[in-house]
Design a protein around this ligand. Sequence first.
Ligand code: GLN
Length: 302
Amino acid sequence: MIDLDALRERLLPERDGAVHDSIPELADADPERCGLAIAGADGAVRRSRDADLPFSVQSAVKPFLFALALLDTGGAAHDRVGIEPTGEAFDAIKLESGTGRPPNPMVNAGALLTAALVDGGDAQGRAERIRSGLSAFAGRDLVVDEDVARSEHLLGDRNHALAHLMRAEGTLALEADDAVAAYARACAVLVDAEALAVMGATLALGGCNPVTGERVVPTHIARDVVSVMASCGVYDGSGRWMRSVGVPAKSSVSGAIVLSAPGVLGAAIVSPPLDDQGTSVRGRIGSELLSAELGLHLFGAD
Ligand code: GLN
């Protein structure tokens, strides 16, 4: 049995990386924070110290937005967004050449589109559908941090640019500002390492939440989402990640990483200091250690 507090102690001395400063709420994050959690197929959840501290989910929401978009469009979201890795930063102002679609659902362009595809009738309905859908993945009622949502919406200039670009290409049907608002609110949902681990487990285990027993999405959607996490989840660090960790994952600028080890477990590591690709430094090292210790690498042991 892995000792998550011992693993956390090994990570704490790591001092590399910098806290993201795109919005004041993220810039204020405590760089010493580090929490880990694992949710297994039997519904048992294990946690370290700090695994109950709240943080905004940020880009770790993207796999779940993709899942909800696929669910609500009956799979048609596959025609609206690509699934190829970009080798570029998460907020690159770039669409798929030829089609004008976002390159994949794990970069900002893609998540702006998948958030817009979630069905809710109007803006309020969509926001509630996203919040309740994410809550089903987590197995508990999640709430939005309104300050973070406001800052993301106001200060997300590159997201506004991407939404307008997709409008110009005819690939985003929603008003640009409404798409940014929906995505900003999704990024501002508060989770903790424990909730995020259960969310990752729900995808890893074919769309069924192992804690509540609820089927959140069909198996084929969970499989599609985890496949895209494997190729695109860590942006321009995805190749390196799959080699060293070997577990599909999604990084985020709050320092959270969600991992989905297919058929086995979900895990989350949260620590705010980030490397150049926007991946938590302790999160990456912790994921490597976790993968090695639990034998999670998809392509075999060392
Ligand atoms: N909300 C952030 C943004 O849109 C999320 C980016 C991330 O976590 N990589 O820029």
